[in-house]
Write a protein that binds this ligand. Sequence first.
Ligand code: ZN
Ligand code: ZN
Length: 370
Amino acid sequence: MGYDDLYPPQRLATAQRAAAEAGLDALLISPGSDLRYLTGYHAHAQERLTLLVLPAQGEPTLIVPTLERPAAEASPASRTGVRIVDYPDGTDPYPLVARALAGPVRTVGLGNRMWAEQVLALRAALPDATQRLAGDVLRALRLRKSPAEVAALREAGAAIDAVHARMAEWLRPGRTEAEVAADIAGAIREVGHARADFAIVAAGPHAASPHHDSSDRPIGVGEPVVVDIGGTMPSGYCSDSTRCYVLGTPPPEFVDHYRVLHEAQRAAVAAVRPGVTAEAVDAVAREVITEAGYGAAFLHRTGHGIGLDGHEDPYLVAGNALPLEPGMAFSIEPGIYLAGRHGARIEDIVVCTPDGVERLNTTSRELVQL
Ligand code: ZN
Ligand code: ZN
């Protein structure tokens, strides 16, 4: 799989057309997933301005600090036809933005996660332009993954599955959550991720908090452990998978919760197909858990989209009537959280296909006894 498949050079032209249709005269995109999506350039966010200036009509320009010019030229961005303009340290880069636009603009779309200091500097540099969110345009493009993007997510899913498969190496009574999490983070890189993004190891009562940060508490025998892990592959695409483990024999009531959760996750995955809405999939998971009497213990939405960001559209949540389409990739991760006792979550990344769904995580979803 080549970079041209993953980051096709024609994406800039597609985004230009989408911007024009949305009534935006230009998109202004700083480092982050939008810049990488559009150009393949993986620039790190810093105080020096790096900015893709993408007019709805006309030539795109990538403004970079002079010291970053070689990196920009070596990146896939150089194959998109974008003009690279650099500025030396100590000079003001913002006048370059107006110059790159080569004419007055009324409305610009700014990258949704641009730093506030850049937003305000761009307002001063383009005083006649109304600022909007570029995400209004880019969301629709990024939402449906290309076959190359799905392949990159499949590769990420297989990599994180390989880490879950090794859990018995690390998860032992008496070791702390933090010790286990550190081992997992190392393994996430060993299996091919460029970076470990998170390793949640939540044992016993800690598992009742969905985003518990691994602590120095030793893991006890009989305690269910929620392990939610993910990273970013060299391709830029992310992994995210949760499994539950128990050292020894779990409490009987947990076994009952887990059976309900397992069924909720299975039913929600089975509900995924084109035309079904994002909120309908959430409702399927919620109904199973609510009917079993644990509705109030399912504290969060059923899932989030995934791609170049670990969390992105579409969100599987009540109120999101977006119909699913082939190529949309997201997590299905219902949970049951009982404060002071324990918690459980099962999470797979899935992709909507023309006739249903493909799971990108395939390790056993049974409670794993170690
Ligand atoms: Zn997730
Ligand atoms: Zn997760």
